[in-house]
Design a binder for this molecule. Structure first.
Ligand SMILES: [Mn+2]
Length: 432
């Protein structure tokens, strides 16, 4: 028996007011798709099965290096963050999983697990943190100012490895099965560090972490081109990440954060290559215009998100074998984090639904006969399809809201928690 922080009657009232229009929109789209030989219910079922984990740190207002402008009723710790995650799930029905960040979310694992169980949530991949110092943590007295897993000083590397293993141990008690490792290690100036030796040291540290993983765990290496280091980053790109995963062996995979590439990089091609290598571990979904902007998934370039999902759907069984972890990694600076996360889950599902509509037989035919225009149109045709009735139906059939953001506003949840949670500093408005 799980309890929801959103009164089910609010959702029922919301849906009752919209169910007639929804039924009509769904039937109309169903007819259109039937003419293309597509069974709408089969698509709806697949969409409903597709979930994406929300990041605990995304429920608080994020910030930039300039400032953070807190919102009303922000969660004051991991237990309230989980409650907010349950609101996102209750309305959107796309995100029963939560990705935790240690040490920001450190708490008694038994209590944490019990709270998540009561809310009907589970834990996805864990995230370690050696990109900032942890004053007051007796297990991490050394500074990461000049790096962590690749640091020149073996004592700092050892401390960083131990922190990752502690994160794994916590995650193991919570039912998680993977750890994502992202390090801020790198250099701001040419000559600051040896490009080869620093990577060797990183590999050696990652091997030590991998050796300490439980049998059924995976480790994801997350690459990032720049920031906080601006000249070079130790794990800068998918090539470095792939070399890492291949060297570490069968438990190691690559995690693709959509914001961690140079502008206009062909991310869907990277995804295709990682699937080919059997090393696609998962995603951090977000969107960006210029850099690692951590904006809401699909808000800037929905076509790019669609093209990523097009590769995932096209991979078929090869992808099933990999079963990549789908997670959101965003920072919400000017929106209500709950609303942004609900919207992002829906946008990710939208890209997936559109990718499911691609006529793959025709696409292959056009590609192989060099009919460039119709090959391109085959993709665009799927992308142009308004799949909103499918997304709404997937929510509706699983107890969610037809229009989850409207339902969130109708619920009065933000006002309620604004009263219950007096203004306080929220833990971890992190940007990773
Ligand atoms: Mn990330």
């Amino acid at each position: 028996m799980t309890t929801s922080p959103i009164d089910q009657s609010v959702i029922e009232r919301h849906n009752a007011a919209r169910s007639k229009d929804q039924a009509s929109d769904y039937a109309s789209l169903g007819e259109k798709l039937a003419r293309r030989g597509i069974d709408i219910d089969a698509i709806t079922e697949k969409v409903a099965e597709f979930t994406v984990a929300v990041p605990s740190w995304g429920t608080g207002t994020g910030g930039t290096r300039f400032a953070r402008f807190p919102g009303r009723g922000e969660p004051r710790g991991i237990f309230e963050k989980l409650t907010d995650c349950a609101v996102i799930q209750a309305l959107g029905r796309a995100s029963p999983g939560v990705s935790l960040h240690i040490p920001w979310d450190k708490a008694d694992p038994t209590e944490l697990k019990a709270h998540a169980d009561a809310l009907g949530l589970h834990f996805d991949a864990m995230n370690s943190n050696t990109f900032q110092d942890h004053p007051g943590d007796p297990r991490q007295p050394l500074s990461y100012k000049y790096g962590s897993l690749s640091h020149a000083d073996p004592a700092v590397r050892r401390q960083a490895v131990e922190h990752n293993l502690e994160t794994v141990a916590i995650g193991d008690k919570l039912g998680s099965k993977a750890i994502t490792v992202w390090i801020g290690d790198g250099a701001n100036f040419a000559g600051q560090s040896d490009l080869s030796r620093s990577f060797e040291r990183y590999l050696e540290s990652m091997k030590a972490i991998t050796a300490g993983l439980p049998a059924d765990w995976r480790i994801f290496s997350e690459h990032k081109m720049y920031e906080p280091a601006f000249y070079s980053t130790v794990v800068s790109d998918w090539g470095t990440s792939l070399m890492t995963a291949q060297e570490l062996g069968e438990k190691a995979f690559c995690l693709v954060d959509l914001g961690h590439h140079a502008p206009n990089v062909n991310i869907e091609q990277i995804v295709a290559r990682l699937i080919r290598a059997g090393k696609l571990g998962g995603f951090h979904f977000n969107d960006s215009k210029y850099g690692d902007d951590d904006l809401d998934a699909g808000s800037i370039d929905p076509f790019r998100l669609f093209l990523v999902f097009n590769e995932l759907v096209a991979a078929g069984e090869a992808l099933d074998r990999l079963s990549p972890a789908h997670m959101i990694d965003q920072s919400h600076n000017v929106t209500d984090p709950i609303e942004s996360l609900i919207r992002s889950g829906a946008e990710i599902r939208r890209a997936y639904a559109q990718a499911l509509l691609v006529d793959r037989a025709k696409l292959a035919e056009y590609q192989d006969s060099n009919d460039v225009l119709l090959a391109s149109e085959t993709l665009k045709n799927a992308f142009r399809t308004d799949v909103e009735p499918i997304l709404a139906e997937a929510r509706l059939r699983h107890g969610g809201a037809i229009d989850p953001i409207a339902a969130f506003r109708e619920s009065g949840y933000r006002d309620k928690v604004a009263n219950e949670r007096p203004a306080s500093v929220s833990g971890g408005g992190g940007i990773v």
